[in-house]
Design a binder for this molecule. Structure first.
Ligand code: ZN
Length: 147
């Protein structure tokens, strides 16, 4: 699976995510039926910290905190729509990196939210399916990072 073709797909997905711009992208969003996500996001507490790039194949949520948090999401696949979604505050995600090596990440806050959003895409679940409310973006409205 971790052949040249997959490496090209991964690089294309990273490019698409950055161009959007977005902070995460799942393969089904670019019409590819593979369990693959890319995420690029910085430390929300420190704007100067470099962004971290994650490439995860077969991502799986190993455990999730009982604590849930509300947040407003936007998705590259549903332009001009925002919605309030409750997500686990913390998750542990495992999967394989782009070279097929097992990885495990402990995530919290927005990073945890982005991963939950992307992993949902692999199941065909959109944030609007989970949103307590969703609405069309008004022109003056600030849109959260797309995922
Ligand atoms: Zn999305």
């Amino acid at each position: 699976m971790f052949d040249k073709e997959l490496q090209t797909l991964i690089d294309d997905m990273i490019e698409t995510m950055r161009a959007a711009p977005g902070v995460g992208l799942a393969a089904p969003q670019v019409g590819v039926s593979q369990r693959l996500i890319v995420v690029e996001y910085g430390d929300e507490e420190d704007e100067d910290a470099p962004k971290k790039l994650f490439v995860v194949a077969n991502p799986e949520i190993l455990s999730a905190s009982e604590e849930m948090v509300d947040g407003t999401e936007a998705c590259l696949s549903i332009p001009r729509v925002m919605g309030d979604v409750e997500r686990h505050e913390k998750v542990v995600v495992r999967g394989l990196n782009r070279f097929g090596k097992p990885v495990r990440y402990k995530l919290s806050g927005w990073m945890a939210r982005i991963f939950q959003h992307e992993i949902d895409h692999l199941e065909g679940v959109l944030f609007t399916d989970r949103a307590s409310r969703a609405w069309r973006v008004q022109e003056e409205e600030q849109v959260p990072d797309n995922v």
